[in-house]
Design a protein around this ligand. Structure first.
Ligand SMILES: Cc1ncc(COP(=O)(O)O)c(C=O)c1O
Length: 434
């Protein structure tokens, strides 16, 4: 353990002046909006650990390590072996000196998994979205993006300097309208599992529209462990880039784009978030490869069945491991998360600006390595908060005043985001002209 002696203020003095004032003003705004955030150490291996500051044992329902592969002995052994062979760092960018055989091996397996000609690695999933959208989008092109896409897509679209049109979440007619009669080269981009709601994209329907419109389709499959798993038929005749991450289901770190050979060549040659950064550490690539081989084998099937079982206990048939229990009011959501924490259940409250005002929620993610007993404890605690797991997902939300607690089956349908409010980030989506 590193000794953390000396408060930061003793080590680095605030120098004052206009920048210090500016920063303080911004911090005051965040504080007074009740949106202060800070890191909290969780000393954990798998979903169980200790929240260090509180010295409290918890089970976390907030991890993206959906199959528990980060703690799998074969995955850890692959990382150890890679460190023994190549050291802890690639030592440079992939194009200069950082390429190791394990990178190409992993890319070949990822491409085979996704059914594409090639795959290209990036240091993170965030960097993959930045790289793909800036390599393919540019001034004179257009990016059509679902309003609830991940921040990395929003930022990638901005960086690309393409025109950006936002389509209302789940509104295929809206997508049709945006695609009709527009001659600009168009990229349609969407998460296939939306990370704050856990709902899924109708991939086949979106792909068929891209086919008709001649648009390129970028799918972000970061959370698609339970699906959707688009078939060859779903995607036939469409230029598709399938973005994924190694950091969630595969229990490692890194991102990738699975795509055609020419698109892969373009990414290698122009994607700045890969060219100007150090290649993925070999141990991360090796652990992701070991995890992917487990995922694709019989053990992977068992782990997925176990994850499915946990999700079904809270919300039968829900399509992803992310279950948003809508609370509504920000303070209520925070109070409920604090209550769960007292019971040793770590479930984050997600609030604006990450989600729309009035849709604050408990965001529960399940992992295959949760025990039945841990899931029992969570369900019992949610029930005591007033949740009814048997209420239909389509049932209208109770007015905020009538909300005794959370309903795990209440979908985050309200209120619809204005098309300009991409991802509920208050800054404009369209890149300003330069
Ligand atoms: C939908 C989606 N895309 C991309 C990312 C970024 O992936 P990474 O954590 O590998 O950078 C995330 C991370 O939370 C995500 O939820």
């Amino acid at each position: 353990m590193v000794e953390r002696s000396g408060a930061p203020a003793e080590r680095s003095r605030n120098l004052g002046g206009p920048w210090a004032e500016r920063v303080e003003r911004r911090l005051d705004e965040i504080r007074s909006a009740g949106r202060w955030r800070r890191y909290r150490d969780l000393d954990a291996h798998g979903p169980r650990g200790v929240l260090v500051e509180e010295d409290r044992k918890v089970v976390t329902f907030a991890s993206n390590d959906y199959l528990g592969l980060s703690a799998h002995p074969a995955v850890a052994a692959a990382a150890h072996d890679a460190i023994d062979r190549w050291g802890t760092s690639a030592g440079g960018s992939r194009l200069i000196t950082g390429a190791r055989p394990i990178h190409a091996d992993l890319e070949a397996e990822l491409a085979d998994w996704k059914g594409t000609e090639r795959a290209v690695l990036f240091p993170t999933g965030f960097a993959a979205n930045l790289g793909v959208l800036t390599a393919l989008g540019s001034a004179g092109t257009r990016i059509v993006s679902d309003e609830r896409n991940h921040a990395s897509i929003i930022d990638g679209a901005r960086l690309a300097r393409a025109d950006v049109d936002i389509w209302r979440h789940g509104d295929l007619d809206g997508l049709d309208e945006l695609l009709a009669g527009d001659d600009r080269p168009t990229i349609v981009v969407a998460d296939t599992v939306f990370s704050m709601d856990g709902d899924v994209l109708d991939v086949a329907a979106v792909a068929s529209r891209c086919r008709e419109a001649g648009a390129l389709l970028v799918l972000d499959e970061a959370h698609a462990v339970l699906g959707p798993h688009p078939t060859e038929d779903d995607l036939a005749g469409v230029e598709v880039v399938r973005v994924g991450t190694l950091s969630k289901t595969l229990g490692s770190l890194g991102g990738f784009a699975a795509c055609s050979g020419p698109v892969a060549d373009l990414l290698v040659n122009v994607a700045r978030s890969s060219i100007f950064t150090t290649a993925l550490p070999p141990a991360d690539a090796a652990s992701a490869l070991a995890a992917l081989r487990i995922l694709r084998g019989p053990e992977g099937e068992e782990l997925i069945a176990r994850l499915r079982h946990h999700v079904d206990r809270l919300r039968p048939g829900h399509p992803s491991p992310i279950v948003a229990v809508i609370v509504g009011d920000e303070d209520d959501a925070v109070a409920q998360a604090a209550h769960l924490l007292e019971l040793g259940l770590h479930v984050p409250a997600i609030r604006p600006p990450t989600v729309a005002p009035g849709t604050s929620r408990l965001r529960i993610t399940f992992c295959a390595d949760h025990s039945d007993d841990e899931v029992d404890r969570l369900l019992a605690a949610l029930a005591r908060l007033g949740s009814d797991p048997n209420r239909a997902a389509t049932e209208p939300a109770a007015p905020p005043s009538a909300q005794l607690g959370s309903d795990p089956n209440r979908a985050a349908t309200e209120p619809a985001a204005p098309p300009s409010a991409h991802g509920w980030d208050p800054t404009p989506t369209v890149h300003p002209p330069r």
